[in-house]
Design a protein around this ligand. Structure first.
Ligand code: HEC
Length: 263
């Protein structure tokens, strides 16, 4: 590979635009990366996002059970949530998330996420099974964040998934968008021209680090508005002030970064 040459070209480009960080649109290729690779990476990123969404849906489906103060042991084990997540994912995609070759990047990362989902539920058993406590704060958003944090512990050099949101909507400081994420949210997803639901991707090179980033927009459904809707400023059941959002508004983004050098 002619990496020396490419690195040199990168330096010239940086100087030319006098930016520390520069990026390519997904349509143009990064040196050494074929169009085909990007298609595979896009598919992987979307599969990882779909798996996270499937797991959140399972938690959402069991929200009443989780919040029930009368029931102690709820049988909502990591194993059960994982099985239902796999079923949910299969319904959405038509394939099993365990089907990837475990030696491949896809197989490794999907399995890491499946493990993270099971572990987070298993580690939350005391809370989930606490009798006499109604609302426990174990909701899809918190669960989703815990899964992404666990995933980072497992495969930090290969993958980062973060659930972020437009800055005025951010509740947990850990979810704040970085500069690039904020820019994509503001100039793409919130632009009136943006096709609703369209995903944004970009290959980036920062020094020696090469990454592929995918942003998956998510919109508020009616069910989200008990916490994120109106009246704005009123405190919701979780203790946060409501954002006054409406159904269909951009509520958040699943931001996926695949690191290319460390596969
Ligand atoms: C029971 C109240 C409640 C409901 C219902 C709810 N959320 Fe949230 N949401 C929260 C809380 C609390 C957080 C902060 C979680 C944390 O600590 O990471 C949050 C965080 C988020 C985040 C991450 C960014 C941030 O602000 O920290 C997104 C995105 C989000 N919610 C979107 C949604 C969407 C979309 C729905 C509906 C499908 C929804 N929420 C339903 C309470 C709720």
């Amino acid at each position: 590979m002619n990496s020396m040459m490419n690195a040199g070209r990168g330096v010239i480009l940086i100087l030319a635009v006098s930016a520390v960080f520069f990026s390519f649109a997904a349509a143009t290729s990064v040196p050494g990366q074929t169009q085909n690779d990007e298609q595979a990476e896009m598919k992987l990123a979307l599969d990882l996002a779909k798996l996270l969404q499937s797991a959140r849906t399972v938690i959402s489906n069991h929200q009443n059970l989780i919040n029930d103060p009368e029931v102690g042991d709820k049988g909502l084990t990591g194993e059960r949530v994982l099985a239902e997540t796999i079923e949910q994912y299969r319904k959405a995609t038509g394939h099993d998330p365990r089907d990837f070759d475990p030696q491949s990047r896809e197989g490794r990362l999907m399995r890491a996420e499946l493990d993270a989902i099971r572990e987070v539920v298993d580690e939350s058993q005391t809370l989930i099974n606490e009798k006499g406590l109604g609302f426990k704060g174990f909701i899809p958003a918190v669960f989703g964040r815990l899964v992404t944090e666990r995933l980072r512990d497992k495969v930090a050099t290969e993958l980062q998934i973060k659930i972020t949101a437009p800055p005025p909507l951010v509740r947990n400081r850990k979810a704040r968008p970085d500069e690039w994420e904020q820019q994509i949210i503001e100039t793409k997803f919130l632009s009136p021209d943006w096709t609703r639901g369209q995903v944004y991707s970009e290959a980036q090179k920062n020094g020696v680090q090469s990454v592929f980033r995918v942003m998956v927009p998510e919109y508020y459904a009616a069910s989200c508005l008990t916490c994120h809707g109106g009246p704005k400023g009123e405190i919701d059941i979780t203790g946060y002030p409501k954002e006054g959002a409406s159904e269909g508004d951009l509520g958040g983004v699943i931001s996926i970064t695949l690191f290319r050098n460390n596969q």
